[in-house]
Design a protein around this ligand. Sequence first.
Ligand code: SF4
Length: 457
Amino acid sequence: MATAFPPAPKVGMVSLGCPKALVDSERILTKLRSDGYQMSPDYAGADVVLVNTCGFLDSAKEESLEAIGEAIAENGRVIVTGCMGNEAELIRARFPSVLAVTGAHQYEQVVNAVHEASPPVPNAFVDLVPEGGLKLTPRHYSYLKISEGCNHRCSFCIIPSLRGDLVSRRIDAVLREAEKLVSAGTKELLVISQDTSAYGVDTRHEPRMWHGREVRAHMTDMARELGQLRTAEGRAPWVRLHYVYPYPHVDQVIPLMAEGLLTPYLDIPFQHAAPSVLKRMKRPANEAKVLDRIRTWRSIAPDIAIRSSFVVGFPGETEEDFQYLLNWLDEAQLDRVGAFRFEAVEGAAANALDNPVPEEVKEERYQRIMEKTAAISAAKLQAKVGRTLPVIIDEVGEPDEEDGGIGATARSQADAPEIDGNVFLRDVGDDAKPGDIIDVLIEDADDHDLFGAPVAG
Ligand code: SF4
């Protein structure tokens, strides 16, 4: 028996103007072809018609308008692109029924407009990538990369020399990817970059249209939009922000956590607390009032979990600096902390700094910071015992040989995958599956993990 595939949607193309416009048309059609569309040689067979316009001379404009009019009369479902797309208002005034108008070289928009007007038919036998793209993570959580590179020059880091300065992705491209991921089954989005709070600085936060409204390439706008996505079950996905530097505008995302649009979690790599060390590290957003701000954040979003990482034994770190860091941690009460012993990375400016810290001192400081942060973590987790918390299931075990009970490994909103702790569940029921978000009663805690059971109902 042969497998019957649903018919692929067909696209018609009217290409006007110069050779550059022709090349654009070819590029658009190539992309659409690789997305599974068929081409239609006539108006009648097309599900949607693209008119690639020319707007160089008045006569060319008139020809373009005539071509749009003909496509509307013959087919009715028309998308306009090319140079005249820059005069969208004029086109819309004359042809209010056009489905979309995009400008010259806006390949991604025009292809998306076609996807919207006539969605591609997924075909597991011929598509190279599954719906939602190729992923290295389990289906229920996905990393969403919003930019590449970094404008800072931290003295221990070689990322800017390897990856270059900050280059932010367009906000509509980021949101479209997130939307696709969520409709393909992602329940948790992990926003990543080298410096998430700097998102859009390089493009002056260039706004783009997204579902009929203007959205800036800015962390706050992005977070608000991501919080409005809905999974197939109609829930907001969990959205975590990673690698956030504490610039002042970070304060603006905290209310989104209180509103439930953003997971109450911030990953801020502070790296140190002592002002002299931070200065030698050349850290961005290095400011003294961060403890006050953490207090304010917690007063707005009491459940906010703050994760951070710290480097001990940075060149020139004195015992006093290190003690400053330990005292700071007592005040900050961070939920999750990773600590690293300073290592010279080839090419990093910090390698040339005076007063390297001897290995045994680094090791001793590392042990002290681990002890300190484990104690803070244990106390914070203990305070959750008796509470009911939502968790996301990562893995479901096999039924127990003796009592048939099924356990599962899950995470609370305070736990990012791979780097934070877990919530180990008992008796989850045989219908539990990875990606389920359920309420659980927390019954016990240790230094890094919680233990609990689903709340009935
Ligand atoms: S450590 Fe500093 S320089 Fe390196 S990526 Fe982060 S902010 Fe940029």
